[in-house]
Design a protein around this ligand. Structure first.
Ligand SMILES: [Zn+2]
Length: 190
């Protein structure tokens, strides 16, 4: 697929690599494998965006330890008492908007034309309405108003994330992940 060779050459290593046959990201067989199954390059780049964006602690967790729900305990008098997962903020969607901006930078760096970057952004924003915290995104009147809020958020995030920052943070994370995996190898050695 277009761009995959440049990703392999310029961005990926044997310790941080693509999992073309798996939809999930996580450490398997001594490498951090980024799930690219189903969508190929756009999905791989999206997962790379998550690695750039995530805090160091979660860099090697399965799917970067992302859970967009917080468990809240409802009062016993409530009609559905007990533990009930419910998103309290839109921070999951906000994080995805940052990841979209970072992905746009990486797609640009591997030669995707602007209209293809734009189409990928629109596809991802369209998918965000299936997230649990979509209802908390400003623009309560309609999905379209919320999508528009997301486009503006991505525009602001693009200013925060120029390509040089994306590249620098990517390689800082690759070094961090590699050292962590090498330590794990040494611990596992007999
Ligand atoms: Zn995502």
């Amino acid at each position: 697929m277009f761009g995959s060779e440049r990703l392999e050459q310029d961005w990926l290593t044997h310790r941080v690599c693509a999992a073309w046959d798996d939809a999930r990201s996580g450490v398997r067989d001594g490498a951090l494998r980024l799930g690219a199954h189903c969508m190929g390059v756009p999905m791989l780049v999206h997962e790379m965006g998550h690695l750039v964006e995530i805090d160091d602690r979660r860099a090697t967790e399965n799917d970067f330890g992302l859970r967009y729900k917080r468990v809240v305990r409802l009062p016993p008098t409530s009609y559905s008492s007990g533990i009930y997962p419910q998103p309290l903020t839109a921070q999951g969607v906000e994080r995805e908007c940052r990841v979209i901006a970072i992905s746009v930078r990486i797609l640009g760096a591997i030669g995707w034309p602007p209209e293809a970057q734009w189409a990928d952004m629109e596809n991802t924003i369209a998918a965000l309405r299936h997230m649990d915290d979509w209802c908390n995104v400003p623009g309560r009147r309609s999905d379209e108003a919320r999508s528009e809020w997301c486009r503006r958020k991505v525009s602001r995030d693009l200013v925060q994330w120029p390509l040089e920052r994306v590249r620098a943070e990517w390689w800082r994370k690759v070094v961090l992940v590699t050292k962590r995996l090498e330590r794990a190898d040494r611990r596992a050695a007999p």
